[in-house]
Design a binder for this molecule. Structure first.
Ligand SMILES: Cc1ncc(COP(=O)(O)O)c(C=O)c1O
Length: 472
């Protein structure tokens, strides 16, 4: 029987937990050497998860070594890919006064936030917890914009006390709360209204946020009235207009429509004596998971610059997926291959609790074998161990049919992968590793069974309340 120390995850069990740097790829003597120039040239343009001699690597490290060292399921991130994506996007906006506020929700690991903060990123947050993370990772609160429809007084106070750049307010009642909290703290709250430009982003309905029927933001008409209120409130400092129309958007047209609408609003407000200093155009640029053909960031940046021509203020962007999506993969091991009638199931050790996108959005993630061993092609469902029929990573997928014990790489899992993972079925969340060249760093240790019950109590003592306040 396994001890309480951990579930059957393989690799490095029982070693000291916490962030470590481990050299894995090279022979000991060459471990610290930077990548050779020849190798650099071989690296592909957009991500650094490539095959060498048939075996999949993360930068210079074979993925099977990572699985051996850290166990599976395992999220693996490539620092070079992340940096590259950041640079490409940031460069595409050159000439425009802009601030890229990375959407923390896409992947909130402290190491990812730290890397982006060092590259000069600001952050878009949607909770007090995300603000806590950003600060812990060394992010500058003055470069933080705070979105979200349900900010609590406590969260608003936390953000104001840290001096965030702007609160993107999503309703009239929230505007009133921000004012109350700001007065209580004796500060002026920097605000923008998140406007719902009613543009169809032509994406999955669960990630479309800028339509009139959406819970997010306020209509342009309501915004005009609320801006008047805010401008007359000494506790509020009107800074900008914000919007975010959805995620995984694969053409520039909806972005341009949205920008045109918020620019019109900003111009009207300016004429009405309410100067707008920044336009926050949100995130949402898509990536290639399957056969989508999203605009290259250069195309997106050029389109944004055209749409912002003549704008004198600052432009804020809130990209998440386009920065981290293809900078991460999920490594999983095949537990069993079983047939049921005419169906063939590949049962792997990663479930919907580790990567929920396929179950939640019927999202496609490319899945391929890590090793070089030849396997016959076939059609399979790749399913996890969770007790739900919707627990699948792929259905009806044509791929080399793996054998038990094989490793599979689930691509494009860097965004909304670990961040949306859970403990459903009392499954510990996966470990996360950040690779830089031939160095791997454990940036989140695998959860253990004791982690999962920490904070729970099976038995009394309970807390006594005076009888009149007893509930129920
Ligand atoms: C307010 C806000 N900004 C930015 C983003 C990031 O979107 P994406 O990861 O598609 O760039 C989201 C995600 O839904 C969001 O809700």
């Amino acid at each position: 029987m396994r001890g309480e120390g951990g579930p059957p995850s393989g690799g490095l069990r029982g070693r000291r937990a916490g962030a470590r740097r481990d050299r894995i790829a090279g022979r000991p003597g060459i471990a610290r050497r930077p990548l050779r120039p020849r190798l650099r040239r071989e690296l592909p343009p957009m991500n650094h998860f490539q095959r060498r001699d048939g075996a999949l690597h993360a930068e210079a490290i074979p993925l099977d070594r990572l699985a051996h060292a850290y166990g599976t399921p395992l999220y693996v991130y490539s620092a070079a890919t992340l940096r590259r994506h950041w640079k490409v996007l940031d460069r595409s906006l050159s000439g425009l006064r802009h601030l890229v506020c990375y959407a923390t929700k896409a992947n909130a690991n402290l190491a990812i936030l730290d890397l982006l903060a060092r590259m000069g990123a600001g952050f878009d947050i949607v909770s007090g917890g995300e603000l806590y993370r950003v600060r812990k990772a060394g992010g500058d609160p003055r470069r933080v914009v705070y979105s979200g429809v349900g900010k609590t007084d406590e969260e608003i106070a936390f953000a104001l006390s840290l001096g965030v750049k702007c609160l993107n307010v999503e309703s009239g009642p929230e505007l009133a709360r921000v004012s109350v909290v700001a007065r209580r703290l004796g500060v002026r709250a920097p605000v923008a209204l998140r406007v719902n430009p009613d543009v169809d982003p032509r994406t999955h309905p669960y990630i479309a946020t800028g339509l009139k029927k959406s819970k997010f933001g306020v209509s342009v008409e309501d915004a005009r009235r609320l801006y008047q209120l805010a401008a007359g409130d000494p506790a509020l400092d009107v800074r900008g207009v914000a919007c975010h129309i959805g995620s995984q958007i694969t053409t520039v047209v909806p972005f341009l429509d949205a920008i045109a609408r918020v620019r019109r609003l900003a111009a009207d407000l300016g004429r009405a004596g309410i100067p707008i200093r920044h336009l926050d155009i949100g995130g949402g640029l898509g990536i290639q998971y399957d056969d989508e053909n999203p605009p290259h960031p250069d195309e997106y940046g050029a389109a944004v610059k055209r749409a912002m021509k003549g704008w004198r203020g600052e432009v804020i962007l809130e990209p998440g997926r386009v920065l981290v999506g293809n900078a991460g993969i999920l490594l999983t091991r095949v537990l069993y291959v079983k047939t049921s009638g005419r169906k063939r199931f590949v049962v792997v050790d990663a479930g919907m609790n580790d990567l929920i996108r396929p179950s939640l959005y019927e999202a496609h993630h490319h899945i391929e074998p890590v090793g070089a061993e030849p396997r016959p092609e076939g059609t399979v469902d790749v399913v996890g161990p969770v007790c739900e029929s919707s627990d699948f990573l792929a259905q009806g997928r044509k791929m080399p049919v793996p054998e038990a014990g094989d490793l599979l790489c689930v691509r494009s899992a860097g965004a909304y992968g670990f961040a949306m993972s859970s403990n459903y079925n009392t499954r510990p969340r996966a470990a996360e590793v950040l690779v830089e060249g031939d160095v791997a760093r454990l940036v989140r240790r695998r959860e253990t069974w004791p982690d999962l019950v920490r904070g729970e109590r099976a038995r009394p003592p309970g807390r006594r309340f005076p009888a009149r306040r007893r509930i129920g």
